[in-house]
Design a binder for this molecule. Structure first.
Ligand SMILES: Cc1cc2nc3c(=O)[nH]c(=O)nc-3n(C[C@H](O)[C@H](O)[C@H](O)COP(=O)(O)OP(=O)(O)OC[C@H]3O[C@@H](n4cnc5c(N)ncnc54)[C@H](O)[C@@H]3O)c2cc1C
Length: 388
């Protein structure tokens, strides 16, 4: 049984000063009013070019981002690795729309893959398809709409970029995760990911698609993929998450008058997430799992399930994954117990990482249970160290 309350292990990489800072940070983001005010003030200050960069950098940025460049992240990667927590470099640039931007993002990704190829502590790479193609184009493909000649070329180019990334992951012996996004562009993402999985996952797993289990249709999709993998003899890499765009999904469905693709309540998302995890563990002949979650109960269930099934804790087919700066009590205690753990380590210039940072701050202010748990554990560790 993993002890998630072991705060000495959870915060082993944090100095007293860093721990105090994390405490104030989570206290700040736990305040919904402050976060929504901060969000508006930050966007406005950035737009007006006010000198807010220093403030953002010293607070949320330091907590959730590894640095401006890959090289700046190296220290953190080595530190985490000392406690057997691996890293995954996440070039977290969003909202780009031009071919030039997409080429730039692809080249940065290729750099992270080459970097990962040289670091044993970096076993995965990750990307978003919206970093490779226009959102509106992905929406059109997802709707099955007829593309113009220009759009067809664009789509082909996006596919080539994704292929180049997967090929590089193959050449540098890394695995690559394709993040899941909004449901109205996900069919195009699934199509691309499936194509890559089919092509590259013959000898070993290279490409992982992501399934958001807050969607009502994802267990069925998972079963379909597992059956296909068994029948057509490829390794199925899946990253299972609950899903990050719930409110946006529900709002759009309500506005446009179609049934919401999201589970009716949290319990249903939890149920499908845990069932999905169990299903992959039961199909490990071809299935490979990255369990992306900060939910303690889900992590505990998977850890116990592996023991029940007589699997080695470091079975190469199963990875736990959390985001840098969050749920260290899960990551470090799981790693100490011998399980495979990889942290998403975002990097990029302060301004470019703002959408990611705002999402983290909002997630931590709305998921009050999660934040109060983080705070309670940090406080416990501060008391243990006698610095409260
Ligand atoms: C390593 C990692 C990778 C990730 N990659 C992606 C990705 O590629 N794409 C993506 O979309 N997200 C991704 N996420 C975010 C993820 O989807 C969740 O938003 C986040 O992790 C919170 O869920 P949880 O499992 O940690 O736990 P919890 O905090 O227990 O669950 C919160 C989640 O439950 C669901 N939920 C909450 N309330 C309700 C409700 N009333 N009805 C139905 N469902 C509800 C929502 O999905 C919510 O985010 C990733 C997270 C991690 C840790």
């Amino acid at each position: 049984m993993v002890n998630f309350d072991d705060t000495a292990t959870a915060f082993i990489t944090k100095s007293n000063a860093q721990l105090r800072k994390a405490y104030y940070m989570f206290k700040m983001v736990g305040n919904t009013t402050l976060v929504s005010l901060g969000k508006r003030a930050t966007s406005l200050s950035m737009a007006l070019r006010l000198p807010i960069k220093g403030l953002v950098k010293k607070t949320v940025y330091d907590q959730f981002v590894g640095g401006e460049t890959m090289q700046e992240c190296e220290k953190i990667i080595d530190l985490l690795d000392r406690y057997n927590v691996k890293s995954l470099l996440d070039y977290s640039i969003e909202g780009k729309e031009t071919e030039e931007d997409f080429e730039h993002t692809k080249n940065c990704l290729l750099d992270t893959i080459r970097f990962g190829g040289k670091h044993k502590a970096v076993p995965f790479a990750v990307f978003k398809v919206t970093g490779m193609a226009r959102f509106a184009l992905l929406e059109k493909v997802s709707n099955g709409e007829l593309l113009s000649e220009k759009e067809s070329k664009e789509w082909l180019k996006a596919k080539e970029r994704v292929k180049e990334i997967c090929q590089a992951a193959h050449d540098h012996k890394l695995a690559v995760l394709v993040d899941a996004e909004e449901s109205w562009i996900q069919p195009a993402i699934d199509e691309l990911a499936e194509e890559m999985i089919h092509h590259y996952n013959r000898e070993r797993v290279i490409v992982f698609n992501t399934l958001q289990m807050y969607r009502v249709d994802r267990l069925e999709y998972l079963r379909k993929l597992v059956n296909l993998a068994n029948k057509e003899n490829f390794y199925l890499g899946v990253k299972l998450v609950r899903g990050a765009y719930m409110e946006k999904e529900r709002d759009r469905a309500a506005k446009m008058g179609y049934p919401s693709p999201i589970q009716p309540d949290k319990a249903a998302s939890d149920r499908d997430y845990d069932q999905g995890v169990e299903y992959v563990v039961e199909n490990l002949e071809k299935g490979r799992l990255v369990a992306g979650s900060h939910n303690e109960e889900s992590c505990r269930k998977l850890a116990n399930l592996m023991v029940e099934k007589g699997l080695a804790k470091d079975d190469h087919r199963i990875w736990f994954s959390q985001l840098y700066g969050m749920s260290d009590h899960l990551s470090f205690n799981l790693a100490k117990a011998g399980y495979n753990v990889v942290k998403y380590l975002p990097f990029g210039p302060v301004k470019e990482t703002l959408p990611y940072l705002i999402r983290r701050a909002e997630e931590n202010s709305s998921a009050s249970g999660q934040t109060s748990r983080e705070l309670m554990l940090i406080q416990k560790e501060m008391r243990r160290r006698g610095i409260d």
